[in-house]
Unconditional design. Sequence first.
Length: 50
Amino acid sequence: IEVPVLNGKSNLHIPEGTQTGHSFKLKGKGIPNINSGARGNQYVIVRAVT
């Protein structure tokens, strides 16, 4: 699926059988560090809607 990130969109594969509450880390897609400029991580938490 496509998920929104700070600089656009990123693709995320959610394996079959993933349950509500599971989190995925998008490495380097988070907020930049003020001093180094390196980006942090963004987390996606699964919420199944029935």
